[in-house]
Design a protein around this ligand. Structure first.
Ligand code: OOB
Length: 554
């Protein structure tokens, strides 16, 4: 089989590794388009996607069979082709948890056009960057979601991005094109993607000024799906509840909606992850597994005590995206009556799970071990020297579903990967004798707000644009609920009018950033503490804000 080698867009897997991953049976030579076709042929009438709708009593509930999803993907693929969308084109996708998400994604997969997975929370600043940077030809949105009119945002972005020819809207299109009008009679696609072609671009949580894009292939991603399915006991009888935003790598693939579809299982879409929405769905749809970030897992365990809903179908709860404290982990099984699996993953690739047959103590005290025997793990000191087992250091990884470089980012790749292709995760970990990883901290300049990642530099750049700001440093501060929140330390320009924290937050919001990136707290200081060589000491700033929070509590 031919091999995708390094392209100008992104470094691929070196040929010797690609051969090894194929020979080991990890890469099965499948594509997403083929996968759906095969499932639809095997069991056309089985339910693939349940979208509960929003009407009271479930009056607008939709349940699409595998046959129907397959046929819809075909028709939409034909429509996209007729609109001029071609193999390799990028399409920014910003849909909430609705059935159309899968119709669009599989239509694009079939053509070989690449979805770029924006999150529903993203706003003008992020969307403009995704569209411009990827030279996207289309942008797919809902009309109004959570009170926000995506059509207006789309009009603004479209005016500024020359490549963006189409805006497809689920619902009332306004001045754009209704997605429902795009579908055509199916056409035969002879030039579809190959298994080693890129399938989509995922977003990195990032630590740089603008989010990096993660190029994933059909081969590598599909391995992460069936590898996850084996470890999470997903089979055709499973019912996966997608409670987190569907576009995120965790609910997409760990084992997620795509893992469930790979297994021929059923996906149930929750419009929101809160217990008042999710618990009735669990009862009604017989949900067997789902994935949550730690703050939500805590909310669920608390709400379960008093819920009138029957949650007994729930067999496995996966928790990941941010560190799940041991104390919280111990509450899961008693409160929800299901098994816990911790997941420590990243959109760049590597995913670790605690195993269903791991000792309970391992499940509540570690973040699991890699999916693949060929996931290579190194724990190193600041000079890249390997540490003895049990030592705490930087996690580097390479393997059959971890990227070798970001998309169109050669300079960044030179430092984000080692010369021999290990990805520098930015996580500080310790590996136990059993190979399980314990996340001890983070070296990357990022704040993990309960699973939502905020790159300090991105927010700093926006705040620096304020005329009264001389310098800024964004750091994490401890938080009982989210684990961490963001604190922006600001040094004002000499002679500048004093600023209020609220004015800074408003300024950031008005620059079109996702709400979760607006600093939770703003502090003004005369100068920043410095490190030995004169850099801003974020370590000291983090300690300072943590100490203030403790003092404030007493
Ligand atoms: C998941 O993916 P991303 O790309 O949003 O974030 C990856 C980063 C990791 O490098 C780590 O810093 C943090 O999120 N993280 C965890 C964690 N899971 C992720 N930190 C501590 N404990 C955990 N269990 O977040 C993601 C992707 C696939 C599956 C699950 C999570």
């Amino acid at each position: 089989m031919s091999q995708r080698t390094t392209t100008q867009d992104a470094p691929g897997y070196p040929a010797e590794y690609a051969e090894r991953y194929r020979a080991a049976g990890y890469w099965r030579g499948e594509t997403f388009g083929r996968m759906l076709r095969d499932r639809a042929a095997a069991h056309p009438d089985r339910i693939a996607i349940v979208d509960p709708g929003s009407a009271p009593g479930g009056a607008d509930r939709r349940a699409w069979t595998y046959g129907e999803l397959d046929a819809r993907a075909d028709r939409l693929a034909a429509g996209f082709l007729a609109s001029g969308i071609a193999k390799g084109d990028r399409v920014v996708l910003q849909l909430p948890n609705i059935a159309e998400f899968f119709e669009v994604v599989f239509a694009l997969f079939r053509i070989g056009a690449l979805p770029v997975f924006a999150l529903p929370a993203h706003r003008e600043s992020e969307i403009r960057h995704f569209c411009a940077f990827t030279e996207a030809v289309a942008y797919v949105i809902p009309d109004v979601e959570a009170g926000f009119d995506h059509r207006e945002l789309a009009s603004k972005v479209r005016a500024g991005v020359g490549t963006l020819r189409h805006v497809f809207v689920v619902g009332d299109p306004g001045e754009h094109t209704a997605l429902r009008d795009v579908a055509r009679d199916p056409v035969e696609i002879t030039d579809g993607p190959r298994p080693d072609d890129l399938a989509f671009l995922q977003l990195s949580g990032g630590s740089t000024g603008v989010p990096k894009l993660i190029p994933r292939t059909h081969d590598d991603y599909i391995y992460s799906l069936w590898g996850s399915n084996e470890l999470c006991a997903v089979d055709e009888h499973s019912v996966y509840l997608c409670a987190l935003p569907a576009a995120h790598n965790f609910p997409l693939s760990s084992p997620g909606t795509l893992g469930a579809l790979y297994a021929g299982a059923r996906v149930v879409l929750a419009p929101r992850p809160s217990p008042d929405v999710a618990f009735p769905l669990i009862e009604r749809e017989g949900v067997t597994l789902t994935g949550l970030v730690p703050p939500l897992a805590l909310v669920w365990t608390e709400a379960a005590a008093a819920t009138p809903y029957d949650l007994s179908s729930l067999d496995v709860l996966l928790v990941g995206g941010a560190k799940f404290s041991e104390e919280a982990a111990r509450r899961v099984t008693p409160a929800l009556g299901c098994r816990l699996q911790q997941v420590f993953g990243m959109a760049e690739g590597l995913v670790n799970y605690t195993r269903l047959d791991d000792p309970y103590e391992t499940v509540v005290t570690t973040q699991g071990r890699p999916i693949s025997p060929d996931d290579e793990i190194r724990v190193v000191d600041d000079e890249d020297n390997d540490l003895p087992v049990g030592g705490t250091g930087h996690l580097l990884t390479r393997g059959p579903y971890t990227i070798r470089g970001y998309w169109r980012a050669p300079e960044h790749n030179a430092t984000a990967f080692t010369a021999d292709g290990f990805y520098r995760t930015g996580d500080i970990v310790r590996q136990t004798e059993t190979g399980h990883l314990v996340v001890e901290g983070r070296a990357k300049d990022q704040i993990n707000r309960g699973g939502e990642k905020v790159a300090a530099e991105e927010i700093e750049n926006h705040i620096l644009a304020h005329p009264a700001v001389h310098d800024v440093a964004v750091v994490s501060m401890p938080d009982d609920y989210l684990g961490e929140r963001t604190c922006a330390y600001i040094v004002l320009r000499e002679g500048a009018e004093p600023l209020k924290p609220l004015a800074v937050k408003k300024f950031v919001r008005e620059r079109g950033l996702a709400a979760y990136k607006v600093p939770d707290r703003v502090e003004f200081v005369a100068e920043f503490p410095q490190t030995g060589i004169g850099k801003v000491s974020k370590k000291d700033l983090r300690a300072a804000i943590a100490a203030r929070l403790v003092t404030a509590q007493h």
